[in-house]
Design a protein around this ligand. Structure first.
Ligand code: IMP
Length: 504
């Protein structure tokens, strides 16, 4: 006979945190948001940790190398999406690992034969005015000169004139040598009143451009997540089909941690994948698994050797799995159940297996709730999809901008490895996700800093200056429908500051 689990399936919005005593030294500036990223044995600390407890969803519309750089610079970690060819994913990983703050690989380059009309066309396409003239016309050719917007006046210059007649030639350029530090580059920029400093190798080949405006932005990043060689850290998604080829390629590319991307982690496919990684790499390669929604799923993956376990069946904003298949669990209930199982596992084995709450976070406070319920970190798709750094196109809609956001279970993403044992002819047999939009929100850094401020502030209200204390001391209450109404502004007439016609 079927079993009915006694607890109702509940979501984050059905809970609130209760305040605990806030001690004098428990202020937002003292809150430590570091979180373990992979299994460890207390009292020894984790080998891998996050500086802020957030990772990106492994999705085409969320998590490429640009997102990887931006999030690692702010202390979190991106998992580069796996629904792409192995070499393309490995290249994205490499680009994050090779990133040097403030050193930009030039994207606006021309060869010496190019004319002004080519320059104008290129400038329109890239939106950048600083153009490198190189022998090959590529970003790493021998540098011949640099053209900036100050070197010519549109409408006053012959479109057929060669760019070489307008550029500052190499002999007149101030440049840096490969290996120069950002502050040395900045000193040259200030000494010579430059806007841009080219950096070349010993054969005069262009390596990077350093822009004056980037220095301020790049120098302060106290939370930056870096490896022992001071390179940004990055994760990568894998699947249970081609891991024997994908894992070695991603590890060679420099991935710091891997995660199996699947809608259903309670499976022998994940067991086999984890066993293969252990057999070939021992503990040197860290790999998370999931998704699960309860104690049984957690114990299965913990026993199979998962370095962290991802929780969430059906809570995602673009997810229609529950409607399509009638499977899943409210995310709050799932996290609470798995957290209890993790405590049990720790007592039995001595191993602490971090939990990641994946999906269903739409208010910032949901992150704090997930942490209070026992998650070590959260994975988010919708949240990150809204930012400049997500790879999805930005579109104007009425007077607002939106970004596209589509699920991995759509025919657009064709991520059959996440859902099916094989790709049926003509696409997925049915979709488990939708293709939609999210409101555009600007830069990751600004948004994240506000979200973190809210988390730190709530943690202080709960008397917890770190996540472990929050796990151990948080008190939560279930809210009624009427108390939800009390939670927002109510019984006042709001002053509308802006009425946006056609707004979202
Ligand atoms: P969000 O943060 O609520 O947008 O949820 C993101 C999470 O939804 C991802 O990390 C995945 O676990 C999950 N997800 C991604 N694509 C799909 C889909 O097409 N269907 C169901 N779940 C999805």
């Amino acid at each position: 006979m079927a079993t009915i689990v006694p607890e109702t399936s509940r979501t984050f919005s059905e809970y609130l945190l209760l305040p605990n005593l806030t001690r004098r030294d428990c202020i937002p500036a003292n809150v430590d948001l570091r979180a373990p990223l992979a299994r460890f044995r207390p009292p020894a600390g984790p080998h891998l940790h996050l500086n802020v407890p957030m990772v990106t969803a492994m999705m085409q519309s969320v998590s490429d190398d640009t997102m990887g750089v931006a999030l690692a610079r702010s202390g979190g970690l991106a998992f580069i999406f796996t629904s792409q060819p192995i070499d393309a994913q490995a290249e994205m990983v490499q680009r994050v690992k090779k990133f040097k703050a403030g050193f930009v690989v030039s994207d606006t380059n021309l060869g010496p034969q190019a004319a002004v009309r080519d320059l104008l066309e290129l400038r329109r396409r890239t939106g950048h005015t600083t153009t490198a003239i190189t022998a090959t016309g590529s970003s790493d050719g021998r540098l011949l000169g640099i053209l900036t917007g100050r070197d010519y006046r549109i409408g006053h210059v012959d479109p057929g004139a060669p760019v070489t007649t307008l550029m500052t030639p190499f002999d007149d350029l101030v440049y840096g040598r490969d290996g120069i530090t950002l502050s040395e580059a900045n000193n040259l920029i200030w000494e010579h009143r430059l806007n841009c400093l080219p950096v070349i190798d010993d054969q005069q080949r262009l390596r990077y451009l350093v822009f004056r405006k980037d220095y301020e932005q790049h120098k302060e990043n106290p939370d930056e997540l870096i490896d022992h060689e001071k390179r940004l850290m990055v994760g990568a998604g894998i699947n249970t089909h081609d891991y024997q080829e994908r894992v070695p390629a991603l590890i060679d590319a420099g991935a710091d941690v891997l995660c199996i991307d699947s809608s259903d982690g309670f499976s022998e496919f994940q067991h086999d994948c984890l066993a293969w990684v252990r057999e070939h790499y021992g503990e040197a390669v860290r790999v998370g698994a999931g998704n699960v929604a309860d104690r049984e799923g957690f114990r299965y993956l913990a026993a199979a050797g998962a370095d962290f376990v991802k929780v969430g069946v059906g809570p995602g904003s673009i997810c229609i799995t529950r409607e399509q298949k009638g499977i899943g669990r409210g995310q709050a209930s799932a996290v609470l159940d798995v957290a209890a199982a993790r405590r049990e596992w720790l007592q039995e084995t001595g191993d602490y297996v971090p939990i990641c709450a994946d999906g269903g976070i739409f208010h910032d406070y949901h992150i704090t709730l997930a942490l209070a319920m026992g998650a070590d970190f959260v994975m988010m798709g919708r949240y990150f999809a809204r930012f400049d750094e997500s790879p999805a196109p930005r579109i104007r809609m009425g007077t607002n901008f939106v970004k596209e956001y589509w699920g991995e279970g759509t025919n657009r993403a064709r991520n059959w490895q996440r859902y099916e044992a094989h790709l049926p002819a003509g696409g997925l047999a049915f979709e488990e996700g939708v293709d939609g939009y999210v409101p555009y929100a600007g830069e990751l850094r600004d948004n994240l800093s506000q979200t973190l401020s809210k988390i730190r502030s709530t943690m202080c209200n709960c008397g917890a200056a770190d996540i472990e204390t929050l796990h151990n001391t948080a008190r939560l209450t279930v809210v009624s429908a009427t108390s939800l109404r009390e939670g927002g502004a109510h019984d006042v007439i709001l002053k509308e500051t802006e009425i946006v016609p056609g707004g979202l």
